[in-house]
Design a protein around this ligand. Structure first.
Ligand SMILES: [Zn+2]
Length: 253
């Protein structure tokens, strides 16, 4: 392997599966590169290079090749930066981290490059690991995630009549169009429409405009959390055109 060019990248493990007797195939989300899938030869045997490092959610520095023509990268080495143990040990942190992992795997392609998602992912996992309340964290992550992938929800004016939010009106999120409708424009009885209170809309809009390092200061009331998660879930299903498989486990813990 000495003739291959190696790169070094910060990476978070999103998936890991056995390959043959001794190898692992691992999918990372990498700083700058985006999603990268590679083979770690002998990872199930090699004590020094890989043991306890290639676990799901772990933050690493990896040395790897850049794959050509849809091949797998070759993972030469990994250094553990943070194992994020809480994410594996606390059930509500685990289910939240699993939803985050699933939507990233769904929405990204190999090596498409990245400037914003890796910092958001690292922020989300490190805050979760430090006991930030999981529901709030998931709301903050998802609203910014949808924006990064190009589907920022329209939450400041009615999509139908264009009027900005009025204190006396009610608002409903419409998954198919990706924005809110006021009660005058709302088509009744549609299952995809989630009512969002003025307080919830305000907090969500703030979550989009704050810098990452100040996001943790935002507080959502219990009812706002319920509304926000409900709309973020139905919007995700609409965007991906399928169920988010790990989502139902959130409700069980
Ligand atoms: Zn309207």
């Amino acid at each position: 392997m000495s003739n291959k060019q190696h790169s070094e990248t910060a990476a978070i493990v999103l998936n890991s599966r056995d390959h043959g007797e001794s190898d692992l195939i691992v999918t990372f989300f990498c700083q700058g590169l985006g999603k990268l899938t590679g083979i770690a030869k002998g990872a199930k045997r090699s004590k020094k290079r890989f043991v306890n490092k290639l676990e799901i959610f772990s933050s690493l520095r990896i040395r790897h090749t850049i794959p050509q023509n849809n091949r797998l990268a070759f993972i030469a080495e990994a250094d553990l930066l943070n194992g994020y143990l809480t994410l594996r040990e606390n059930i509500s942190c685990y289910t939240t981290a699993s939803v985050i992992r699933e939507v990233i795997l769904l929405a990204t392609k190999e090596l498409e490059g990245d400037t914003e998602l890796y910092p958001l992912l690292e922020y989300a996992y490190s805050k979760l690991n430090n006991e930030q309340p999981p529901s709030q964290l998931l709301i903050l992550f998802l609203i910014r995630f949808y924006t990064i992938i190009g589907y920022s929800p329209q939450l400041t004016s009615c999509l139908q009549c264009g009027e900005e939010i009025q204190a006396k009106k009610k608002y409903y999120f419409h998954s198919e169009t990706g924005g809110i409708h006021c009660n005058t424009c709302q088509t009744r009885g549609r299952a995809t429409n989630t009512e969002l209170s003025q307080g919830t809309l305000k907090s969500l809009t703030a979550a989009l405009s704050q810098p990452l390092k100040r996001l943790h200061r935002l507080q959502f009331s219990i009812s706002s959390q319920r509304e926000a998660l409900s709309f973020l879930h139905s919007y995700g299903r609409q965007l991906f055109q399928r169920e988010i498989i790990s989502w139902p486990f959130l409700d069980k813990v």
